[in-house]
Design a protein around this ligand. Structure first.
Ligand code: NAD
Length: 244
């Protein structure tokens, strides 16, 4: 048998980038994977894809109910859906702060809350949140995004503490700049995308962007009983950037 045989995993934002790599990695190792995404049609056909907006509680509750109905259990929740925001505090207004926090932070509470009865019933419950290098490094002109990802790191610890005795582990990954459609969109806005990509590679401590599959491997470890003594932890997958 394989590592995740018989287990059911929810991956939010699993239709693109890091989430798609996580969904593939868990699926390849035997999990039944449910992708919750704004764009479920973009998910790999191998997964059970459900339309969901993590910023909307009714949408989340109905999507999680659909997963439970389909598979009869939920063991693993990967809270990966997230959006970026560029600017200093002068650049983003209250509405933008509320919108980004509702997706990047409250979305984690919403999805995990909806799945909680199923996680409590699972013998190997694990929650993994996608934070960011932004949580530990002071990136310029990313005030709102950085605050949201710092909150993800703190929320991970709080959830880990609250559900310790209930057998639910909660950890997070902090990716550095990763080669995903998100970063592709940013690069495509540059005057010379190829030169910008080369400059971005050169800014990474190991000279290249992080691969989505490298993040997925760390997530798979945290999702698996192999990390049974690890909760409230974060794994940096950033080429060492957080130490600079
Ligand atoms: P991406 O834009 O390629 O994919 C994000 C996915 O999330 C998309 O499929 C999108 O439809 C979905 N999504 C967005 N808002 C949603 C919502 N409200 N409800 C449900 N689904 C929603 O992005 P990515 O680069 O793969 O990033 C994934 C996660 O990794 C994010 O949390 C991001 O902050 C984090 N991250 C990315 C990088 C990077 O460099 N790419 C670095 C550190 C952290």
């Amino acid at each position: 048998g394989q590592e995740f045989d018989g287990l059911v995993a929810i991956v939010t934002g699993g239709a693109s980038g890091i989430g798609a790599a996580i969904a593939a990695r868990l699926g390849d190792a035997g999990a039944s994977v449910a992708v919750l995404d704004l764009q479920p049609e973009a998910a790999d056909a191998a997964h059970f894809a459900v339309q969901a907006n993590v910023a909307d509680d009714a949408s989340v509750r109905s999507a999680v109910a659909a997963v439970a109905e389909k598979f009869g259990r939920i063991d693993i929740v990967i809270n990966n859906a997230g959006i970026g925001a560029i600017g200093t505090i002068a650049d983003n207004d209250d509405d933008e702060w509320a919108r980004v926090f509702s997706i990047n932070v409250t979305g984690i509470a919403r999805v995990t809350r909806a799945a909680l009865p199923w996680l409590l019933a699972s013998p190997s419950a694990s929650v993994v949140n996608t934070s960011s290098i932004a949580a530990t490094a002071g990136l310029p002109a990313r005030a709102l995004y950085t605050a949201s990802k710092g909150a993800v790191l703190s929320l991970t610890r709080a959830m880990a503490a609250d559900h310790l005795r209930e057998g639910i582990r909660v950890n997070c990954v902090n990716p550095g700049t990763a080669d995903t459609p998100w970063v592709g969109r940013l690069l495509s806005q540059a005057p010379d995308p190829e030169a910008e990509r080369a400059a971005l590679n050169a800014r990474q401590p190991h000279g290249r962007l992080v691969e989505a599959g490298e993040v997925a491997d760390a997530v798979a470890y945290l999702a698996s009983p192999r990390s049974g003594s690890t909760t409230g932890a974060s794994i940096a997958v950033d080429g060492g950037m957080q130490n600079l």
